[in-house]
Design a protein around this ligand. Structure first.
Ligand code: GTP
Ligand code: MG
Length: 221
């Protein structure tokens, strides 16, 4: 949590899209920006890139309000996936309220997925957080490609952890909203447990999620 000011009735939450280089984190944000209604969100800030590679971060902000008047800003960030940008990844991960791990479904990328997941675990611990406790969802992106890891294999690996796993193609634009919704739900549960969003602010899970994930009438979703 970036800030919570009870007197000013403001809360800022931070969600982070993490994962190996080129897995499609920036493309996820671009799609969310395209697919979600522009009411309730700000513009997409894609910070300078070198050959389309993120070198700092991307940011897409959303705005919600609870019946109590509490205003919640949700900042969705991507990290740069390239190994050399580890310092930036740590900085972006600082005080995160939820993480979507974007894996690359291609068979030859699986070692990169594993290394990046271990890097997430290490960096969370570096910034004083625990991968067992932070709201976390996993997306296997690039399902449109050939030579991808089979879905049953993926589910077999992750099922014992209880972490939600979603299939997606950011290129084709499916699975993106579902991933964001799943992350929103997990994040709500964790924030509600600590800050009584429902009891003190009248903000239900359904209302939190529907305010955050407002689908554009024309997008066909
Ligand atoms: N085929 C296919 N390509 C994708 C998909 N999602 C992203 N890409 C492509 O993969 C490349 C990398 O996508 P980015 O979104 O820039 O990846 P990133 O995870 O932000 O990469 P870094 O910023 O370097 O960490 C781009 O050429 C995308 O068009 C997908 O679902 N399918
Ligand atoms: Mg990127």
């Amino acid at each position: 949590m970036i800030e919570y000011d009870q007197d000013e009735k403001k809360m800022v939450l931070k969600l982070v899209y993490y994962g190996p280089a080129l897995s499609g984190k920036t493309t996820n944000l671009l799609r969310l920006h395209d697919l979600l209604d522009q009411d309730g969100r700000g513009g997409l800030m894609v910070l300078d890139t070198a050959n389309e590679r993120t070198i700092y971060f991307d940011l897409l902000p959303f705005f919600l309000e609870a019946p109590s008047g509490l205003k919640i800003k949700v900042k969705v960030f991507t990290v740069p996936g390239q190994v050399k940008h580890d310092g930036t990844r740590k900085a972006v991960l600082q005080r995160a309220d939820g993480v979507a791990f974007i894996a690359d479904s291609q068979v030859q990328e699986n070692l990169n997925n594993t290394n990046s997941f271990e890097n997430l675990e290490r960096n969370l611990s570096f910034v004083g957080m625990d991968i067992e406790k932070i709201p976390l969802v996993i997306q296997y992106n690039k399902r449109d490609l050939n030579n991808i890891i089979a879905e049953p294999e993926i589910r077999g690996v992750w099922e014992p952890t209880g972490i939600p796993v979603l299939m997606a193609s950011a290129l084709e634009g499916w699975g993106i909203i579902e991933t964001f919704r799943s992350l929103a739900e997990a994040t709500y549960r964790s924030i509600d447990a600590r800050y009584a969003l429902k009891a003190d602010h009248g903000l239900s899970l359904a209302s939190f999620v529907s305010q955050l994930v407002r689908c554009d009438q024309n997008s066909g979703l």
